[in-house]
Ligand binder design. Structure first.
Ligand SMILES: *Cc1c(COP(=O)(O)O)cnc(C)c1O
Length: 401
């Protein structure tokens, strides 16, 4: 057996099979490139589902992490630490909001948003106890906890994991009439991804997000934007909501916030909304720890200049132009997305998304399939135009067969 096969067999023998990774064993990575245990190089066109927006081993982020490692890494929130105030102040400013509640993973931040909305509903809106409803969209992906999978429409995510948490209403994504009809006096929030990533990088019809904003405002309902994957530069703006001129009541952030170094997530909102919490009502041992704050502060500083957003916009335009040329030729049925983010529906006759991903891997390009014959492309925002073009050339070659 090769080194790769041995490593994979050993991993399979000693780990739960809750993933089906491509057969590549990464040993090192730098920028947009990864190198496997046998020295083969691969262009990373997934970027950890946007957790690696700034690339692998980003010097500024690694230096920030190293410096903090030598100072203090964890205090728990039982004590203050000297990076916390800066992190919260600067993240709130980046979001144009007032208040931050830090957690670690995306799912925890979504759980935090759900708890915030419910408590806001009871204490501020005046919803009768136990009656709060949150409206979500079909084909959503918000994480993997038992409550979050309770409002998933993906049978793989749900089956055998019940009983499910009540209090959620599912409406078709992009349908304002359905949303209006689902709203009642007890609706406390609408929780949505401004672009549905896992569903295949689905961009809602123009006017949908402003419509959600108007409806939620009119009905005194919180609009919670899950920008864990779409936010922090990926689409060519700091937030995907900006493309439609929409400001939600709450951002849910994760992935790129930790710079690909440590898990950092947060809920960002107004004082009025996050002010519903009292000590002891919610928390996390690692949430807002000094190392997380130090890395995230560097991420925020990098986003403040706008250079990564601009890069994503410019390279994204090129990416979508090139992918667009493939549509109609028989191999590609549709391309969606914004910025350096694309969902590509391959003609099923050419193979499943998995088979296409494996062929791309053989050519040194790593992508991830999602439902059926869709592959998604989301390279680090630091990718060079030359590398992007090389990756596109490999995609064209695979689609030519
Ligand atoms: C990845 C993701 C999550 C969950 O984040 P984890 O860190 O994996 O828990 C939630 N929402 C969206 C939109 C995501 O892309």
């Amino acid at each position: 057996m090769s080194i790769t096969e041995t490593a994979i067999a050993s991993a399979e023998a000693h780990s739960a099979h809750n993933y089906h990774p491509l057969p590549v064993v990464v040993a090192t990575a730098d920028g947009a490139w990864m190198t496997d245990v046998e020295g083969r190089r691969y262009l990373d066109m997934l970027a950890g589902y946007s957790a690696l927006n700034f690339g692998h081993g980003n010097r500024r982020l690694i230096d920030a992490a190293k410096a903090q490692l030598e100072r203090v890494t964890l205090t728990s929130r039982a004590f203050h630490h000297d990076r916390f105030a800066d992190f919260c102040t600067q993240l709130a400013a980046l979001c144009g909001m007032e208040s931050v509640l830090p957690m670690n993973t995306g799912a925890e931040a979504v759980e935090t948003a759900v708890k915030t909305a419910r408590k806001w509903g009871y204490r501020v809106k005046g919803v009768p106890d136990g009656m709060a409803k949150i409206i979500v969209a079909a084909n959503n992906f918000h994480g993997r906890t038992t409550t979050i999978i309770s409002f998933s429409t993906d049978p793989e995510a749900r089956e055998d994991f019940g009983p499910y948490t009540p209090g959620f209403e599912i409406v078709p994504y992009g349908d304002l009439t359905a949303l209006r009809e689902a709203m009642t006096e007890n609706t406390v929030a609408v929780l949505m991804e401004p672009i549905q990533g896992e569903a295949g990088v689905l961009v809602p019809p123009p006017g949908y997000l402003p419509g959600v904003r108007a409806l939620t405002r009119e009905r005194n309902v919180l609009f919670i934007a899950d920008e864990i994957q779409s936010g922090l530069g990926r689409t060519g703006r700091t937030f995907a909501c900006e493309h439609e001129g929409v400001v939600p009541d709450m951002y849910v952030l994760g992935k790129a916030l930790g710079g690909g170094v440590v898990p950092v997530s947060a809920v960002v909102s107004s004082q009025k909304v996050l002010g519903v919490f009292r000590p002891g009502e919610h928390g996390s041992t690692f949430g807002g720890n000094p190392l997380a704050c130090a890395v995230a502060l560097e991420v925020i500083a990098m986003l403040r200049t706008g250079e990564f957003q601009q890069r994503a916009a410019e390279l994204g335009e090129h990416l979508h132009q090139e992918l667009g040329l493939l549509v109609g030729g028989g191999a590609v049925e549709e391309v969606r997305g914004r910025g350096l983010w694309a969902g590509v529906d391959i003609a099923p006759a050419l193979g499943t998304g998995r088979e296409i991903s494996e062929k791309l891997m053989d050519r040194g390009v790593l992508v991830k399939d999602t439902h059926g014959s869709t592959i998604r492309i989301a390279p680090p925002l630091v990718i060079s135009k030359e590398d992007l073009d090389w990756g596109l050339e490999q995609i064209r070659a695979v689609l030519r067969g």
